[in-house]
Write a protein that binds this ligand. Structure first.
Ligand code: NAD
Length: 326
């Protein structure tokens, strides 16, 4: 049996990994803690499994290397939290490039329907026997223009959902796909023309804060913003200002740039120090969820299978990996 250290564990993560671990010949050591330079000292064996809010910066990687870790299997597609430059030649960094684009795309549409048609508010009202409709007016999605940034697996799945709703789709991608059944435009045109903008590109140096005061200035009055990708694509202060000035009509965020400290944990008995997050949460036209767009049974199972397949390649002594990040 090969030892694997598994960080930031929640009960729903264990379910499918536990089911498959023996078959893949691994003994999993689960840690509730997020991976960072302190918790890296817990690592057992050569393999670590990490997630979106683990901090695999240089300090952490140094400790992992000293502990004998040689393979890092990200159980997610994004890897903006791994210092790849430092990891090079020391670790194999593997990931799950796709597990269910539908999970995230369907969730993105769910958040748009929620903020637009005020389902979150209606739910709370009727729970208290308040059957008033005042303030719950939304708009038809049919005929509206949606701007999709990033037309990879999730972006494409989201576009086909939007087309089913009868929306006009504009898209932007640094690598446009050939023969699209939607229109690629420049970012400026997308900002200018879209009633709703949805982010589906990775977080990179180039895409960091791509939605900032300047891009918001170019957008339509009353634009809705959706982010199921990575928090730091949006400058949260600029978003808050856009909402306060009423330029932005609504926002649905499954991710937040400072989410690491809060998301996946219960702070209902605490006072939140992050004023921007607290103000965003307090606005009636903002929906914030805790990085859960991936959370379907199908996605969790696919994540477990691909992560264990990735580790199997390492433990089988392969030198070429199907899902290595370079
Ligand atoms: P993908 O690699 O299939 O597609 C990403 C697309 O973005 C590619 O077409 C790429 O060319 C494009 N792109 C890269 N940089 C860009 C830029 N600066 N501007 C515009 N386009 C750019 O990835 P995917 O599977 O579709 O996932 C997209 C993102 O969704 C991931 O990077 C991840 O951050 C996020 N994600 C979030 C969740 C969640 O639970 N909320 C789950 C999975 C993935």
């Amino acid at each position: 049996m090969n030892n694997v250290s598994f960080y930031d564990t929640k009960p729903y993560d264990r379910l499918y990994f536990d089911e498959l671990a023996e078959q893949y010949g691994v003994r999993i050591h689960y840690f509730d803690e997020k991976l960072n330079k302190k918790t890296a000292t817990f690592a057992e064996g050569e393999a670590v499994v990490a997630f979106v809010n683990d901090n695999l910066g240089e300090d952490c990687l140094k400790v992992l290397y000293e502990k004998g870790v040689r393979v890092i299997a990200m159980r997610c597609s994004g890897y903006n939290n791994v210092n790849l430059k430092y990891a090079k030649d020391k670790f194999h960094v593997l990931r799950v490039p796709a597990y269910s684009p539908y999970a995230v795309a369907e969730y993105a549409m769910g958040t748009l329907l929620t903020v637009n048609r005020k389902l979150h508010r209606a739910y709370n009202r009727t729970k208290e026997f308040n059957f008033s409709l005042n303030g719950l007016t939304g708009f038809d999605l049919h005929g509206k223009t949606i701007g999709v940034i990033g037309t990879g697996r999730i972006g494409q799945a989201f576009i086909s959902i939007c087309k089913g709703f009868g929306m006009r789709v504009l898209a932007y991608d640094v690598y446009p796909m050939p023969e699209p059944d939607f229109e690629y435009v420049s970012l400026d045109e997308l900002y200018r023309e879209s009633d709703i903008i949805s982010l589906h590109c990775p977080l990179t140096k180039e895409s960091y804060h791509m939605i900032d005061a300047e891009s918001i200035r170019q957008m339509k009055q009353g634009v809705y913003l959706l982010n199921t990708s990575r928090g730091a694509l949006i400058d949260s202060e600029a978003l808050l200002e856009g909402l306060m000035s009423r330029k932005i009509g609504g926002a649905a965020l499954d991710v937040y740039e400072e989410e690491t400290e809060y998301f996946y944990e219960d702070f209902s008995n605490d006072i939140i120090d992050d004023d921007t997050l607290a103000r965003l949460v307090s606005l009636p036209n903002v929906l914030i969820t805790s990085h859960q767009a991936f959370l379907t049974r199908e996605a969790l199972r696919n994540i477990a299978v691909t992560t264990l397949e990735n580790l199997k390649e390492y433990f089988d002594g392969k030198t070429e990996f199907t899902n290595e990040i370079r």
